[in-house]
Design a protein around this ligand. Structure first.
Ligand code: FUL
Length: 470
């Protein structure tokens, strides 16, 4: 049906009116908060996994390792910050506590922390040092506080959720403004638990008193984006490979997705008819593991792999959360930093110059706040100054008023005829940002046709690029 509409439009060269002057633009819910919009505009930010696991070559510490083992020799949070800035990242999320329960700040509530380690004679505070480095380098700061804790004897009892919320309060009070809190979905199982060494299962839907955690976070810092499988601020994308679906709705059905949700595949594309705004975040590590392992020094992702991840995360209406496993010295290994910076340079090279830039039109003026309204069936034509080679196309919807596009197509005019552009993936949703990659074409004009939408589509930006073919 939609294909037929598009064929007829092409044949007749008919343009459905783009926008009539006196038409009111009404929001199309669900809508993002202004904090969710600002968060999505960050696009790429870093993750750091660091802790006792770094010193024991583990991914999931059992909770029984002595804090004595934690002793980075040359820790430098400013080095991390410089790498992130050079890699184009807008912030960093740090593992204040991973599943092993070891705390990297001097918390009042347990002695299983950095205070019991030889690092700076127990006077260190890595959460504090990183917060400081972020302020200095203009990065936003976020924290990962694992709900699962394999160390504490009282994990699984009613006491633990109290402990968890107190730690959350500590982190939200003492380290300045945070942009995101990461609530991991891995929950319960075997652990040390104060020496009990057993399997403890909890019901992740009810055990932690999630509404109270949310209430605590928003009371102390209302702007924070809370990550979990189901949000509320942003959602897990359903895989740890770093990609969102080409079709990616920033919606979920309310009260459906809980930590450890078993139908996680749904999260890759969201729920088209969802009633709450919960955009996807793509978490992925620059190495195979989340924590540092010397054996992975030569397994750092290549620039091509990182670039592909970018197009399938940011270019698929999600954010890219790229993990750096800090090494035993307390620094980011040069193999990782060099790759990350080269990745950013490549993206700048590929998407550096918008060949459609035109300050006079809302859709090409480079201003997210101005947009063109396209009804379903309408066609937006864009002229290039001359016949131009291009192989990337970027589209943005003005999401503060909702995510609307359901299906679109792009055609180009080569000077004598119109041809479809085939990006090799579904051209369905757009959302905050959609980027198409395709074999280079020589185009004189471009045409965006909206084939289906939930409401008139507000196109904030259209950009075309020629990415050098390497
Ligand atoms: C997972 C955890 O179990 C991993 O250790 C890591 O922290 C990753 C980001 O999330 O669920």
């Amino acid at each position: 049906m939609k294909k037929t509409l598009s064929a007829i439009l092409l044949l007749l060269q008919v343009s459905v009116p783009i926008f009539s002057e006196n038409e009111a633009i009404v929001p199309c819910p669900p809508l993002p908060t202004s904090h969710q919009v600002a968060w999505q505009q960050m696009e790429t930010y870093a993750f750091v996994h660091f802790g006792l696991n770094t010193f024991t070559d583990q991914e999931w510490g059992y909770g029984d390792i002595s804090p004595e083992k934690f002793n980075p020799t040359d820790l430098d949070c400013e080095q991390w910050a410089r790498v992130f800035v050079e890699a184009g990242m807008k912030g960093v999320i740090f593992t204040a506590k991973h599943h092993d329960g070891f705390c990297l700040w001097p918390t009042k509530y347990t002695d299983y922390s950095i205070r019991a380690s030889p690092y700076l004679d127990g006077k260190g505070d890595i959460v504090g040092q990183l917060a400081e480095a972020c302020r200095k380098y203009g990065l936003k700061f976020g924290l990962y506080l694992s709900p699962w804790d394999r160390h504490q004897a009282f994990y699984g009892t009613p006491l633990y959720p109290e402990y968890y919320v107190l730690q959350m309060e500590e982190l939200l009070t003492n380290y300045g403004e945070l942009f995101e809190i990461w609530l991991d979905g891995a929950n319960g199982g075997d652990g040390w638990y104060g020496g009990a060494k057993e399997v403890r299962k909890i019901d992740s839907r009810t055990y932690y008193n999630i509404p109270r955690i949310h209430e605590t976070v928003f009371r102390l810092q209302p702007q924070v984006i809370i990550f979990s499988d189901g949000g509320p601020g942003c959602r897990w994308v359903g895989n740890e490979k770093g990609f969102a679906g080409a079709t990616n709705w920033s919606f979920l059905h309310s009260n459906k997705v809980f930590p450890g949700y078993d139908r996680s595949k749904e999260l890759t594309s969201g729920h088209r008819d969802g009633d709450v705004w919960v955009p996807a975040e793509c978490d992925v590590s620059i190495r195979p593991g989340w924590f540092y392992h010397k054996a992975e020094d030569e397994k750092v992702k290549t620039v091509d792999q990182l670039v592909d991840i970018y197009y399938r995360s940011v270019g698929h209406n999600a954010t890219m959360l790229l993990n750096f496993p800090v090494d035993r010295t307390g620094r980011i290994h040069p193999n990782d930093s060099l790759r990350a910076v080269a990745f950013h340079q490549r993206i700048q090279q590929e998407l550096g110059k918008n060949l459609l830039a035109d300050k006079k039109k809302p859709e090409t003026d480079g201003d997210f706040e101005t947009y063109t309204v396209l009804h379903s069936g309408s066609v937006l034509e864009l002229n290039l100054p001359k016949r131009t080679k291009l192989n990337r196309l970027l589209l943005q919807e003005y999401i503060p008023l909702g995510q609307r596009a359901e299906e679109f197509r792009i055609d180009y005019y080569d000077g004598s005829a119109w041809h479809p552009i085939d990006a090799g993936e579904e051209t369905t949703t757009i959302g905050y940002k959609r980027i198409l990659r395709f074999p280079a074409v020589q185009a004189r004009r471009l045409r965006l046709t909206i084939l289906g939408s939930r409401a008139p589509v507000l196109i904030s930006e259209v950009a075309a690029f020629y990415a050098p073919e390497l």
